[in-house]
Design a protein around this ligand. Sequence first.
Ligand code: F6P
Length: 318
Amino acid sequence: MRNIAILCSGGDVSGMNPAIKHFVEYALQKGLTPYFVYNGYEGLIENNIHEATYSDVAGIINRGGTKIGSARSERFLSERYRSVAYYNLKLLDIDMLIVLGGDGSFRGLDVFSKEHDIKFCGIPATIDNDINQSEYSLGVDTALNIIKNAIDAIRDTASSFGRAFVIETMGRECGYLALTSYLTSGAELCLIPEKHYTLDEYEAKFKQAMQDGRNYFIAIVAEGIRQDSADIVKWFEKKVGIESRLTVLGHIQRGGNPSVYDRLMAYKFIHHAIDALLDGDSNKVICYTKSGFQNKSINDVVSKTKELDQELLSYLEA
Ligand code: F6P
C-alpha cells in the first residue's frame, strides 16, 4: 500500500474539513493509506503525523476550521528544518503529500520540493482568493456569504439610524473580497488596493445624495488599502456630514459552516489532487480556471502575484 498525507497551512478556511473528509474517503477507495499531518509544516518538523481512518472524519463536513490544525511555520523557512520534515516523511514511507494553503504555503512547498524528492499537490485554500493562476480558492464562497450576512445586518442599523458604515474586509493585498461584496450588497463605496482613489473625488456625489434624501451609506473597504479605515469614518463625518461607524469584520470571515459550494469544491479539489498524484502528474497546484480544473506547475503559480479579475474591476470603474 502506498502512503499519502495531507496538511493545512496558513490561515484556516471553511472547506478544509470537507476536504480532509473526502481525502480520507477517496484515498482509501484508491487503496492508499491516508495520513494526517497536524498543524501544518510544524507537524512535519515535529513528526506529528498519524494514520487516518473513516472515524476520524465522521461529523466534520459541516464544521469550519480544520480538524488537523493549521499554522504559519517560521521554522519551515529554514533549510535545516525542511530536512527534518523530509526525514519524517521518509520514516513513515509517505511519498505523496497534499497541501491545502495559500501563497506563502506554496512558496515553502516550492523550495521544499527543489531540495527533496517529494511528490506533492497543492490545493488553493485562502479566503483572500489571491492564488495566481486559480480563479477560485477554497473558503472564498463561505467568507463572502459571511460578509454578505454582516453587511445585510449592518444595513438595518445604518438605514434605521441614518448613519454611514465603513465595513472593513480581510484579503491582505487583494481586494477580491471587498469588491465582490460591494457588487453584491448594493453598497455605495468600495475602496481596494488595486484601484487608486482620493476621497475628495466622492465628496460631491455623497453630499448630493444626502440633499436628495439619502440618509445612510455603506462603504466596503479592503484591509489592504493604504489608509486607515478609521480615517474614512472621519471623512464621512467631517466632509460628507453624516454620523459614521466602523465595523472591522476580522476573523469571523474565516470561520463558520462551509457553504455548499465550498463543500463541493473541496470534494473536486481533492479528487483532482489524488488523481494527479496517482497519474504521476505531481508537484502541481490544482487550479480552478475559466475552463475547469488545471494542474499548474508550482513555479508558475508562485512566480507572479495574482491580478484581480479584470471584469470585476471594470464594474468598479464603470
Ligand atoms: O490570509 C488569510 C488572512 O485571513 C488574511 O485575509 C488576513 O490578513 C490574515 O490572514 C490574518 O492573519 P492572522 O490570522 O494571522 O491574524
